[in-house]
Design a protein around this ligand. Sequence first.
Ligand code: SF4
Length: 154
Amino acid sequence: MNAWEKLLNNARGRSPWIYCLNTGACNGCDIEIAASLTPRYDAEQLGVRREGSPKHADILVVSGPVTLRTRDALLDIYQQMPHPKAVVAVGSCPASGNVFAGSPTVFGAVDQFIPVDVYVAGCPPRPQAILQGIAQAAQLLAAGKQKDHVEVIE
Ligand code: SF4
């Protein structure tokens, strides 16, 4: 890794831009993600910026199981994100399908389609755990990201 790459990775680690995607959540996790980004928990104060386009994002924050209707959007959005990138799965649904597992319209876990770097457990997880998950993903990016390194926040 040259000095320029080190500088870029350091910037990603200290101020990650995130893109949030609901692939079929009940909205419980989305409410907690919103709480982590709004003034009570204030992720922006910690350097996290919510980005409206995946083309500018470092971290994809996914809530919900993958469904028949959202799989293509998930793949498209992931492909639009520049390298290096990390994925944070928020809640039990993107980890396993959770209560939606077995439905004929639900595929289930996100890692069937894209690699997941950090799992934040809970149904839904608390905003503090979501922030910790984003911070772990940012640290992976700052360190040059090991593909085989998976974090679990409980
Ligand atoms: S993990 Fe729980 S709260 Fe989150 S989307 Fe799934 S069912 Fe809803």
